[in-house]
Design a protein around this ligand. Sequence first.
Ligand code: BGC
Length: 364
Amino acid sequence: MRSPRFVVPVVVLLVAACGAPAAGQQVKAPDGALVGVTMPTTTSQRWISDGENIKRDLESRGHRVDLQYAQNDVPTQVKQIEDQIAKGAKLLIVASVDGSALTTPLQHAADARIPVIAYDRLLRGSPNVDYYATFENFRVGVYQAESLLTGLGLRAADGGPGAESGPFNVELFAGSADDNNSVFFFNGAMSVLKPYLDDGKLVVRSGQTDFQAVTTLRWDGETARKRMEEILGTTYKRSKVNGVLSPYDGISLGVLTALQAGGYGPKFPIVTGQDAELGSVKSILADQQYSTIYKDTRELATATASMAEAVLKDRTPPQLNNLNDYNNGVKVVPAFLLNPVSVDKTNYHKVLVESGYYSDDQLR
Ligand code: BGC
């Protein structure tokens, strides 16, 4: 799956045609190659860890790493990528702020024959994206919706019918509209919720059910808090909301703050989440947030570093396991997908503590 824009010396083609590349036949980058890594923001712990883990992993493989955070600002990220190209990066790993806003620097990378790996978020609208490393994003949404149903009692933990039949009032939140993942999360969730909405077991009293109507720019918790407060103030004067589909822990926190300000608690509506951020896991243990989705970003970072290693050696990453689902509007980007895990109070210890992601002490 070598991108056509790579210049591939004939000798390598011969070697590739004969099977395994001969030792020392690195064509693109010697050891110690500079890898440019750009992450969206430090406002969420996951991206801090992602960046640190990729850096550590690549450095342990003998590479140099330029790691930058864009603080959710598109021009900053454009500049960081341009700077990395100018510094002579041999490969770029990009977790975008706005997946469609990087076509120009990506073209510049292609002009300089620098391969690009999209990290976690797909880079859209550009032919100059070589690979994509992420999680099963549709499944994240499915798990969020299933846990909303389980929390409400409409579904049993084993997936069978629950003890409750509703109707329950729910409100829907989606992530940032400029993040390709948001669509996958929302569509995954709606694939589970739709039958319940259709037969009236779930009711969205605000009427806001379209993706565009429920998105949260830049995944901002404060934006979510305001929207939730507005919905409570206009729609729930005489009734209660029973559940909130939230796509990300930072949004869940905003939603819970609004609920608290609106007089909810100590028993809260069922609120979902994503990322197993420390504050949200504690909130789950304190019976506030109901669930989250754990994505082992250590595994994603390791897989991406080893994909990077293969690409630097001009080889197709062996990890690729999805060649169909991630069309970025210009091409289908070959992807490696990891599995997410749904976490609530019943399994947090096994999933988060026994895996070493958090210690018991951290969760106290
Ligand atoms: C990531 C999620 C994260 C969200 C907000 C998405 O692109 O896949 O893990 O919760 O961004 O940072």
